[in-house]
Ligand binder design. Structure first.
Ligand code: AMP
Ligand code: ZN
Ligand code: FE
Ligand code: FE
Length: 281
């Protein structure tokens, strides 16, 4: 059977997506995808369920994550692929990152309260129902409790850097993120470089062990994808890609709509530190 397209950047409700792993597998099948990866923020908890749901539908599954890292004061999202989801250090460290996220929600609520927005932390946590809460959960809570009309408004008024509600979270140093992914037998890939404006740091990242660049992304125009594919080839890096779909929603990226060819996955497998590729279900 022909192996057409893959999507290597997806979120579920184990972080700030709105779909269950089973719903993601169902949508992937509807889109005719040959393989998908789960890249929830700072967690791998959804991987066993999505692996099972994909196996039932004949879709190849790659366990992954999207770590929020810090490089010279810039937030840089680092994707990890083909992770050993039973790796003890990976579980321990991502649990710590999740605690940082939870602490940050409390800080964010204090900050909002100090500017007169009376949202409570329990209103965020009861809506998030996950261990890796983020700003999208706060945005949804602000909408649900009548403080904003839309999520976009919530980000624009209170959550973006430069707004009175802005609250940074503790991000792991980039080199530490790379080391964590590699010791869990994974590949480390720079997420959506087109959104970051830190291309000048890519040579440093390569020296630190970066394996690839996410060239195809919902918010990368074709010309941007092409530019990063050329850069990846020049630097001896893998090219990867995915939609960054967080589930259905108006104006949100749709699973499978960034057309990443299956060959990309073969190239990633060739670069893996181990010879056999197995997925824990
Ligand atoms: P955090 O990791 O908690 O800082 O939240 C970052 C997440 O917020 C990312 O997944 C972004 O995709 C998401 N995000 C950023 N701006 C918006 C927006 N205007 N509407 C919805 N989600 C957003
Ligand atoms: Zn997200
Ligand atoms: Fe990201
Ligand atoms: Fe993402």
């Amino acid at each position: 059977m022909a192996k057409p397209y893959i999507d290597l950047h997806l979120h579920t409700l184990f972080s700030d997506g709105v779909s269950t792993p089973e719903q993601v597998a169902e949508e992937a099948q509807k889109m005719g995808l040959a393989a998908i990866a789960l890249t929830d923020h700072d967690t791998i908890e959804g991987c066993p369920r999505l692996a099972k749901a994909c196996a039932e539908r004949g879709i190849e599954f790659v366990p992954g994550t999207e770590l929020s890292t810090d490089i010279e004061g810039h937030e840089m999202h680092l994707l990890g692929y083909f992770l050993d989801t039973m790796n003890e250090e990976l579980i321990r460290e991502t649990t710590r990152y999740q605690q940082n996220r939870t602490n940050r929600v409390h800080d964010l609520i204090r900050q909002l309260n100090s500017i007169g927005v009376a949202l409570r932390a329990d209103q965020v946590f009861s809506l998030a129902k996950c261990r890796a809460p983020g700003r999208p959960h706060v945005a949804r809570a602000l909408v649900r409790h009548g403080f904003c009309g839309t999520m976009d408004e919530a980000f624009a008024r209170y959550l973006r850097k430069g707004t009175p509600g802005w609250t940074p979270k503790v991000n792991v140093p980039f080199e530490e993120g790379i080391r964590l992914i590699h010791q869990a037998e994974g590949l480390a890939v720079m997420a959506h470089p087109g959104l970051n404006k830190i291309d000048h740091l890519i040579p440093d990242m390569v020296r630190a062990g970066l394996d690839g660049i996410e060239c195809w992304h919902s918010r990368h125009p074709k010309s941007t994808a092409k530019r990063y594919r050329e850069m990846a080839a020049r630097l001896g890096l893998l090219s990867t890609g995915g939609s960054d779909c967080h589930g259905p929603g108006r104006g949100q990226p749709i699973i499978g709509t960034v057309c990443v060819p299956y060959d990309i996955l073969d190239e990633m497998k060739r670069r893996l530190p181990r010879s056999t590729v197995s997925v824990q279900v």
